[in-house]
Design a binder for this molecule. Structure first.
Ligand SMILES: Cc1cc2nc3c(=O)[nH]c(=O)nc-3n(C[C@H](O)[C@H](O)[C@H](O)COP(=O)(O)OP(=O)(O)OC[C@H]3O[C@@H](n4cnc5c(N)ncnc54)[C@H](O)[C@@H]3O)c2cc1C
Length: 300
């Protein structure tokens, strides 16, 4: 980790929020549901679909986990009533997985019935490796209630190809991302090239198995490689979409993808916990500091 990144990471929690806000703001769609809906509507008008996430994780009380679950239920209502092209992404520890598997299962059960009521989709985000097995267990439980549920596969994990081979039955739908948490080299690739090679391998395996992929990446070279493969193999547009995080500059790439007829979904995070969440993320992966600074100055 560079000295600069480590300095920012250690001082950020004690710096005033007004100082950190300009760095976090481009990547967070506001504090309230109304803020998020406003941004989702505007993305929809431009041709993008969205997935919405309430910022937060590692909730440690049942009351808070239930409160977040209720907020997600309300989001499903709002999406339906306003006819938004938007589904929902949820971090399992935000609705109870750090309390117990049973707690998370109960809250996901409520949400999957809500998704079913509206014919919407539920994405279960993937957190760090202590939660991987239990997250797949929750996914498999949700699938017994409703088919329109998906999970996330991280290409830095050695296990991911096996996970696809195990899970890719019955209309499997997975976002593929590189993985954002710090994981040890005993379980995860550390080298960028290996992570990207595995990403492509996972994407190809998903297509071979007829599974639907959300290609979640801002890496322009990787997008080029995915497009090269998609075009040369004539992969059906019904089998994938591209996904990006709200606010990350893509230099016209997303509009070009839309114009070429590809589906692009933007991940829209919002919520009052933006500061604590951002600090935790930065502490976990200080590399993000360099991204944020690079994007911040590029957009000036
Ligand atoms: C839609 C979506 C959902 C995701 N869901 C999960 C999940 O459930 N679990 C999980 O572990 N990870 C998730 N991630 C994060 C992902 O695993 C990567 O850590 C992150 O996307 C960076 O990898 P990259 O593929 O964009 O490539 P990189 O090579 O790491 O980044 C390429 C470029 O993108 C820009 N960039 C990337 N990330 C950021 C950022 N956070 N802020 C500002 N600029 C950035 C930078 O300019 C960078 O140079 C998700 C990512 C996306 C896009």
């Amino acid at each position: 980790m560079s000295l600069f990144n480590s300095l920012i990471t250690s001082t950020l929690p004690i710096l005033p929020k007004w100082f950190a806000k300009p760095f976090a703001r481009p990547y967070v769609a506001g504090k309230t549901e109304d803020d998020a809906v406003h941004h989702i509507r505007s993305l929809n008008h431009k041709g993008f679909s969205a997935t919405v996430d309430i910022l937060g994780e590692h909730v440690m009380t049942k009351e808070k986990a239930l409160d977040i679950t209720t907020q997600y239920c309300h989001l499903y209502d709002r999406i339906a009533h306003e006819s938004l092209a938007c589904n929902i992404s949820i971090k399992p520890t935000h609705i109870g997985l750090d309390i117990s598997l049973a707690e998370a299962m109960a809250n996901f059960t409520t949400l999957v019935y809500k998704a079913k009521e509206y014919g919407n989709f539920l994405r279960i985000d993937m957190e760090n490796s202590p939660f991987t097995d239990q997250t797949f267990e929750i996914y498999q439980h949700c699938k017994t209630i409703y088919n329109n549920v998906g999970v996330v596969i991280q290409s830095y994990l050695h296990r991911s190809l096996d996970d696809i081979n195990h899970l890719a039955i019955c209309q499997f739908n997975s976002r593929i991302c590189k993985g954002i948490y710090k994981e040890s080299e005993s379980i995860a690739f550390q080298d960028r090239e290996e992570i990207n090679d595995n990403y492509l391998n996972l994407a190809k395996t998903m297509a071979t198995r007829g599974a639907y992929s959300g290609f979640a990446t801002h890496d322009q070279d990787l997008i080029d490689q995915l497009l090269g493969w998609i075009e040369s193999e004539n992969i059906s547009k019904d089998l994938f979409e591209f996904q990006v995080l709200y606010g990350v500059p893509m230099e016209g790439r997303l509009e070009a993808l839309l114009e070429a007829g590809y589906k692009v979904r933007v991940y829209v995070p919002y919520g009052p916990d933006w500061f604590d969440y951002s600090v935790r993320r930065l502490k976990e992966n200080p590399k993000i500091i360099s991204y944020v600074l690079k994007n911040f100055f590029r957009s000036k």
